[in-house]
Design a protein around this ligand. Sequence first.
Ligand SMILES: *Cc1c(COP(=O)(O)O)cnc(C)c1O
Length: 346
Amino acid sequence: MKTLQELTRPNIWRLKPYSSARDEYKGVTASVFLDANENPYNTPHNRYPDPMQWELKGLLAKVKGVAPERIFLGNGSDEAIDLVFRAFCEPGRDNVVAIDPTYGMYQVCADVNDVEYRKVLLDEHFQFSADKLLAAADERTKLIFVCSPNNPTGNDLDRAEIEKLITSFEGLVILDEAYNDFSEQPSFLRQLDRYPNLIVLQTFSKAWGCAGIRLGMAFASADIIGLLSKIKYPYNVNQLTQNEAIGMLHKYYEIERWVTTLKTERERLEQKFRELPCTVELFPSNANFFLARMTDAVGIYNYLVGKGIIVRNRHTVSLCCNCLRVTVGTRLENDKLLQALQLYQA
Ligand SMILES: *Cc1c(COP(=O)(O)O)cnc(C)c1O
């Protein structure tokens, strides 16, 4: 790996961050707070939240087995994705490499930040080759994005290839584990100590059932986390979100039940899909959704919309011609989808 300083944009490396009132006084003994121009009324919403979210990070550290200094929390993982571009990629000069197809936000953030986005096509089993990604990289490649289980394909990426990529690449590897809770593959969080160039992304939006509170996590070396924290908005995670997440962490057993139910329900839904006349091919999934090739994805998508059932049309995505991406819902919702599809006439 290059040094972190070599990988970081010089202006970001030199940046002296904004220092908020809550940064400057961190003690707990004070009882009169006249430092932040807050309104003394309307407790508890009148106070600024903890800019570094230490209580929440302390609880997460226990659940994830990662030290609090190695955790970044943001307004969804999307914030962390945007911040890695802003921290490491010089607009108009640097580039990033990513598997294709994958989650759309990597490219959107690349485009917003005027960073060249190089796509490397997956193979017919939706697997990637570390050598191909590395061949697409050059001196100015700062980041490589992989996503496992991948969206929209649903499959785990090959673990040995991910390890090979991390150990061979000179820059940073962003591994998006948004769907890891649904997979039998262990998270790469265990390997964080071994790989100083690894950033793992996870989210409260999927298994944790909290897409509405907007909370994403990035795990990396304390130095990388320090850089991201330096450039984030001072109060990027609001108090309501922090409170709700703390509440969720106290009932992790609930999440385990949801995950088990959704995995069972996915298998049932997949089995029924295989029997549908309008299904051409079903791709193996390790997530809470699956990708299916249909006889006519656009026609079926529109037919379902007419019945008030929305799935994701992925017809125009690389390698996903005539594919729909189906999220696993409740048993009742899934049955409504199946019923509608059984009645579909081309
Ligand atoms: C849903 C999803 C996310 C979650 O993004 P948030 O901003 O945390 O809601 C991240 N990565 C992938 C691949 C996803 O599919």
